[in-house]
Design a binder for this molecule. Structure first.
Ligand code: GDP
Ligand code: MG
Length: 176
């Protein structure tokens, strides 16, 4: 077969921001409105190609335990990549994402590739000049520059930009 690089990728972010939905969309091109954390499988894999090589993502999603207790560091140990997800209509979820970015850099150093992911862009609406976007775009940009993050606005519901996030993470991983 073609040369394959295996990458552990973890999903982090507040409960209900759409982590499991992003994984479901990426793996199965599917979506559900259900709020039950039943789609929170612990471990899934998916291959993408990059030039004449393959990248196999080993994707770790939570089973919803972040609702009740802090996630154990064991969950993200040895991760080479992380998607830190927030809901772009929910300011609190962005604060939580900032905390996650700091914790990852503190515990894993600068080698981990982190993509900050603003999900639920399908919910963005305008009332005249006023948008329901809950997080200032300059603030997002500043965080991304400071912490060296990729940034994508996505919708697991429509599928917008979901593949692009994983592809961009894959592009940043150096082949040995
Ligand atoms: P998790 O707790 O972070 O894994 O979040 P889930 O994937 O379980 O999603 C929580 C809720 O948000 C569910 O009701 C989903 O249907 C909904 N949801 C997830 N992604 C989107 C999205 O892109 N747009 C909209 N409108 N709803 C979403
Ligand atoms: Mg989940």
């Amino acid at each position: 077969g073609i040369p394959t690089l295996t990458i552990k990728l973890v999903l982090l972010g507040e409960s209900a921001v759409g982590k499991s939905s992003i994984v479901l969309r990426f793996i199965s091109n599917d979506f559900t409105e259900s709020r039950e954390p039943t789609i929170g499988a612990a471990f899934l894999t998916k291959r993408i190609t990059r030039d004449d090589k393959a990248i196999k993502f080993e994707i770790w999603d939570t089973a919803g335990q972040e609702r009740f207790a802090p996630l154990a560091p064991m969950y993200y140990r040895n991760a080479q990549a992380a998607l830190v997800v927030f809901d772009i209509t929910n300011e609190q979820s962005f604060r939580k994402a900032q905390d996650w970015v700091e914790e990852l850099h503190e515990k894993l150093g600068d080698n981990i590739i982190i993509a900050l992911v603003g999900n639920k862009m399908d919910l963005l609406t305008m009332q005249g000049e006023i948008s329901n976007r809950a997080v200032n775009e300059d603030e997002i940009q500043n965080l991304c520059q400071q912490e060296n993050l990729l940034y994508f606005e996505v919708s697991a519901k429509t599928g917008k930009n979901i593949h692009e996030v994983f592809q961009a993470v894959g592009e940043k991983i150096p082949f040995p």
